[in-house]
Ligand binder design. Structure first.
Ligand code: 9GP
Length: 808
């Protein structure tokens, strides 16, 4: 099979010798006495070395060219496992395989030791990883900045159906993929006070200093020489923090108190992806990240430049959601207070440097910080934010004379019982571009959440629809499908030019190709069934329709609606009404924030329903339900290739984009979905006839709310729904009660349309030839959802950068 990527030119013999050398010199052991960890680390280093050559050449080319760089600031990354990726990207898959076999080592056993760095919560972090992958693949000079959390997203287990969280000590055995760079340490201040200098300049005297220590991991491009990096920062206490006199006095806790306080900053990822927490430690994390990143960016800028007026020509800082938005105040502080630039010049540089991506429409996810907290923790930054706001409000007042309501609406400071800093407002005011992540989302942002700003500066608002990496989510996750596609298209060029998938369209009419497509899906379902049995004990039928809902647990995503449909099917099967029932495997995956009470109840309900369904011999031939614990990137790579049906059933107007919808369509799953987020664009592209649409759209949601929504009416009107809600009441009275009387996410309003649409799905599944045709067309028409296209859109509309080709 030919893929675009380069073959390393390495022979299995060379590879094996290098692995043994790494075992000997890096792990201090020999093949005879090596542990599995020794072998895994040596394998990883051998692969990594192949990428180091390319990285060094990339750095040299960038140094020579002095290009405009993209600096991607994100508090979260979900990078996925590195070994399979780096074997592929370094072109050493085959020779590593042979070398391991010759050495008597099991590739599968070593692969199982490769730990996924779970440094994010969900879609936002995975998007960041896909964009880094695509930037490297597109030869865009870029660095990702993030936090090297000691503990990533918790590991999820179920006890009695309830989520139990365990810490994720992802570097317990070390991380062979990273390079530590203690020389590039940065100092980060907190607390303290400010003193007058000249003019608007002031001096900040921090009350506490913490060190930021970076390490980086390589981000290789696929089919190109470029290797970029992601730089992650870990908080370290200064050596003076250890209190020897306390230690001498036997006060061991007090002796390390300061160390613990400092190092707590990068201790753990906040496992909540959509509610604003307002916790001091989180603000500390954010400030820590942006200070380290900005100082590093300035250090890099100075390698080839000296004039601040060129800064915004050489540096683009992309803010991934509001978490890194403090960078705007910090850059102003550095330029004005430390570098002595006058305010207007500093502001012009700052504004031209930053761009902001908003990933939500949920007001509760738009961060605000209490002014008093910020005054204590970051006194100088607060002064700067007040001055930015003062000058901005003058601009607003000039534009809307006498309109105090407008000032209140747009102000960076929200007034009220407690004053708060609105980070999204600061982001828009301090950036040259703002974008949403799907067409509908960008439109709604400009029409609702950021309406006033979109009126003020229409040219600043853009849409960049999200995309996913076809390398990770097709080639690595679904090698069988990748091989079939490559065979049909003649080569693997589609992996870097996903629009080429459209050339598969004629194959949808080819019965032999359809047979092979089905065979791939079936084998993938067998793999999933095998893993499901091993992890949960549930036996799935590999011939049943694999119906998948994988995402964070949130009320707005409506996992509850999915459960209501399962209960509907359960009742129908029990009654023998199986005319519209086809055998299905219902697969769930997803984590809930530990403090999200309702989401956890829904999860428990799903597990309870699964238990009942799976245990009923009359039902289980038709219906099986499994909740795979600990959903993460690796699990996604297992589930997505097996999926036939993709559940994208959020309440219209709530999901910014979604990206599992793209991954699933790309792998030939048909979507059942509402007109929400990127579902709209998926449907436009794959065709309405190849997409199962149901439910209220955003205008209908608004109209229904306007009329006064009464969920109970639906309950009373629909006998089947009544039966389902009554059954839910038996398992969880509180959830049923909420559905009947509040139902914030209009689950009952969409129930009938959803169930009827699921019946259409079942009828369609009965015709395997036609289903396969639709499945192939979904893949063939999903080329647009490549992260490469997303990156090209950013380059064209927001970043204005061009690739730098690195010689081979
Ligand atoms: O909820 C959005 C999701 O719809 C989107 O696909 C993802 C990437 O853009 O970002 C999520 N947002 C967050 O996780 C927090 O704002």
């Amino acid at each position: 099979m030919t893929y675009a990527t380069t073959h390393s030119g390495t022979t299995p013999g060379d590879f094996g010798r290098e692995l043994l050398s790494n075992l000997y010199y890096q792990r201090g052991t020999t093949l005879e006495s090596a542990s599995a960890q020794d072998a895994y680390h040596s394998l990883a280093l051998t692969v990594r070395n192949r990428l180091v050559d390319r990285y060094i050449r990339t750095a040299a080319a960038h140094y020579q060219e002095n290009p405009r760089f993209i600096y991607y600031l994100s508090a979260e990354y979900m990078l996925g496992r590195q070994l399979d990726q780096n074997l592929l990207y370094s072109g050493t898959q085959e020779c590593a395989h042979s070398a391991l076999a010759a050495l008597g080592l099991s590739g599968d056993e070593l692969d199982a030791l490769d730990v996924e760095p779970g440094l994010g919560n969900g879609g936002l972090g995975r998007l960041a990883a896909c964009l880094l992958d695509a930037m490297a693949t597109q030869d865009i000079p870029a660095v990702g900045y993030g936090i090297r959390y000691d503990y990533g997203i918790f590991q999820q287990e179920f006890q009695d159906g309830a989520q139990v969280e365990h810490p994720d000590d992802w570097t317990f055995y070390g991380n062979p993929w990273e390079f530590h760079a203690s020389d590039d340490q940065q100092k980060v201040g907190f607390y303290g006070h400010t003193e007058a200098l000249d003019g608007v300049r002031r001096k900040w005297v921090p009350g506490e200093i913490v060190l930021g220590e970076p390490s980086h991991m390589l981000v290789p491009g696929y089919g190109t020489t470029t290797v970029n990096i992601i730089r992650l920062w870990k908080a370290r206490a200064s050596p003076q923090s250890f209190n020897l006199s306390h230690f001498g006095a036997g006060q061991y806790g007090e002796a390390v108190e300061e160390i613990v306080r400092s190092e707590n900053i990068s201790k753990v990822l906040y496992p909540d992806d959509s509610t604003e927490l307002g916790r001091e430690l989180r603000l500390k994390q954010q400030h820590f990240l942006v200070t380290c990143a900005l100082r590093d960016i300035v250090r890099r800028f100075r390698l080839c430049n000296s004039d601040w007026d060129h800064f915004a020509d050489k540096v683009v800082i992309q803010l991934n959601d509001t978490h890194p938005v403090m960078a705007i105040a910090e850059l102003m502080r550095m330029l004005v207070d430390e570098e002595g630039l006058d305010w207007d010049r500093a502001w012009s540089i700052t504004r031209r440097t930053f761009a902001y991506t908003c990933h939500t429409l949920l007001p509760e996810a738009l961060e605000t910080w209490p002014v008093e907290l910020m005054r204590r923790l970051l006194p100088r930054h607060l002064e700067i934010i007040f001055l930015i706001n003062h000058l901005f409000l003058q601009e607003v007042a000039d534009r809307y004379p006498g309109d105090d309501a407008k000032l209140r609406e747009l102000s960076i400071i929200a007034e009220g019982a407690e004053q708060r800093v609105r980070m999204a407002h600061l982001a828009v005011v301090g950036s040259s571009a703002v974008n949403g992540v799907a067409e509908l989302h960008s439109r709604l942002l400009a029409a609702t959440t950021l309406h006033g700003f979109a009126n003020l500066w229409p040219g600043r608002f853009h849409n960049v629809t999200n995309g996913v990496s076809p390398r990770r989510f097709v080639r690595l996750a679904n090698p069988r499908l990748a091989e079939l596609i490559t065979e049909r298209l003649g080569d693997g060029g589609w992996l870097t030019d996903l629009d080429q998938l459209s050339r598969l369209e004629p194959a949808a009419a080819d019965p032999e190709f359809r047979r092979r497509w089905r065979e791939v899906k079936r084998l993938n379902r067998e793999d999933l069934a095998e893993q499901t049995l091993a992890t949960t004990g549930v036996v799935l039928d590999p011939d049943a329709l694999c119906d998948v809902m994988i995402k964070r647990f949130h009320e707005y995503k409506r996992q509850l609606l999915r459960v209501l449909h399962v209960v509907t099917l359960y009742h129908r099967i029990r009654r023998g009404e199986v005319a519209d029932v086809v055998p299905r495997s219902i697969v769930f995956g997803g984590k809930a924030a530990p403090g999200y009470y309702v989401a956890k109840r829904i999860m428990k309900l799903a597990n309870r329903v699964a238990e009942v369904v799976n245990a009923d011999p009359a039902v289980s031939p038709y219906l099986k339900m499994v909740f795979l614990p600990d959903y993460n990137v690796s699990r996604a790579q297992l589930i997505i290739p097996a999926a036939d049906l993709s559940e994208q059933i959020s309440l219209a107007g709530k999901e910014a984009s979604g990206t599992s919808n793209m991954k699933l369509a790309l792998n030939g799953a048909l979507t059942i979905g509402t007109l929400d987020g990127a579902n709209v664009e998926i449907r436009d592209r794959v065709g309405g006839e190849n997409f199962f649409l149901f439910g209220l759209d955003t205008a209908e949601v608004a109209a229904l709310r306007g009329r006064g929504y009464r969920p109970r009416d639906h309950y009373e009107r629909d006998a089947e729904l009544r039966e389902v809600v009554d059954a839910v009441a038996g398992w969880d009275g509180e959830l049923a009660d909420d559905l009947m009387h509040r139902d914030e996410y209009l689950t009952l309003a969409d129930f009938r349309a959803y169930v009827d649409c699921q019946d259409r799905v079942a009828r369609a599944w009965r015709d395997p030839e036609d289903w396969t045709r639709m499945s192939i067309l979904n893949t063939a028409r999903s080329g647009f959802f490549s992260a490469d296209r997303t990156v090209r859109d950013y380059c064209r509309d927001i970043w204005h950068v061009t690739p730098v080709y690195v010689p081979r």
